[in-house]
Design a protein around this ligand. Structure first.
Ligand code: ATP
Ligand code: TZE
Ligand code: MG
Length: 280
């Protein structure tokens, strides 16, 4: 087994464990995803590229085996149908029973009331460990007014750090609000990561990829707040490194090179580029 050099970045009492990236690549954890049909391929390849192992299923009869063989479970609610909700509910319960980290991506709950209602019911049914959404989605789950636009974040006036913290307190889990700045809270502390590139917004499914990569980091860390921060840093910096090499807005090239960069990015590159602050 290769020697792991611990890289701890401590900013104002919050700890970022960048060596989780190396641990993830050594362990190659299986992440079970309930994906959406729009971005399933990107999600599978994103998990693979970073160094984990994806598996997808829509069949309730294999839910138990799927949860048992995986080290984390990511539920993406991007395009569910009613029969699938029964599978999602079963998988959520099984993940709790088997103590597997459970990550939720509440796609478009800020824009579609039906989805919002379904997601709130599910959140009452089982415990999620990490929620990852954009501002429109996290504001909706926090109960804050926001003008979400379909799957996109939309606009709002409120302080996003306060929204993430409120959402984390309300849902009693770690919450990631991704966007120009990723804001992460466990309900007490709030951390901001200001890496990334606007090119992420030109690739549908960037957020879905991040959600499942958060699952891969949670699979190799007992601390979900730290896992969430590390995943956000690695993903945003991977995109940023690609954008810095491009000399025009090239969404197709960005998507292809993002996959390459997820595979190539090192702890050292993350450490050198990280822009992180603890919110007081
Ligand atoms: N303007 C931006 N500048 C820098 N990084 C960005 C910007 N917008 C998004 N990102 C990054 O893009 C990634 C995906 O987050 P985003 O909030 O766009 O997800 P999303 O809205 O759920 O996307 P999708 O619906 O396409 O899956 C995150 O790593 C985030 O940091
Ligand atoms: C475009 C789209 N519609 C439902 S899910 C999805 C992908 C982003 O989550
Ligand atoms: Mg999304």
């Amino acid at each position: 087994m290769a020697f792991l050099v611990p890289v701890l970045i401590i900013i104002g009492g919050s700890t970022m464990q960048l060596e989780l990236l190396d641990r993830l690549r050594q362990i190659n954890p299986i992440v079970f995803n309930i994906s959406n049909f729009v971005t399933v391929q990107d999600v599978a390849n994103g998990i693979n590229a970073i160094g984990a192992s994806p598996i997808m299923s829509e069949e309730i009869n294999e839910a138990q085996e799927m949860v048992q063989l995986s080290s984390a479970v990511a539920l993406n609610l991007g395009a569910f149908t009613m029969p699938q909700i029964e599978q999602i509910r079963t998988v959520g319960h099984l993940a709790n029973q088997c103590r597997k980290p459970l990550i939720l991506d509440p796609v478009a709950v800020g824009a579609v009331q039906y989805r919002h209602n379904v997601v709130l019911e599910l959140l009452n049914d089982f415990d999620v460990d990490i929620i990852r959404g954009n501002a429109g989605e996290i504001a909706a789950l926090a109960g804050v007014d926001w003008h979400a636009k379909g799957i996109d974040a939309g606009n709002g006036e409120d302080d996003i750090a306060a929204i993430v913290k409120l959402c984390a307190q309300k849902q009693q889990c770690v919450v990631i609000l991704s966007g120009t700045i990723d804001v992460i809270s466990d309900g007490k502390q709030v951390v901001k990561i200001s890496n990334g590139t606007p090119l992420f917004q030109l690739h549908v499914g960037s957020g879905d990829m991040l959600t499942s990569i958060v699952g891969a980091f949670a699979a190799v860390s007992g601390d979900y707040f730290v896992a969430a921060q590390s995943a956000c840093a690695v993903f945003a910096i991977a995109g940023q490194l690609v954008a810095e090499r491009l000399n025009a807005e090239l969404p197709g090239t960005f998507a292809v090179q993002l996959m390459d960069e997820l595979h190539l990015i090192t702890v050292d590159e993350v450490q050198r580029n990280l822009k992180m602050e603890v919110v007081k």
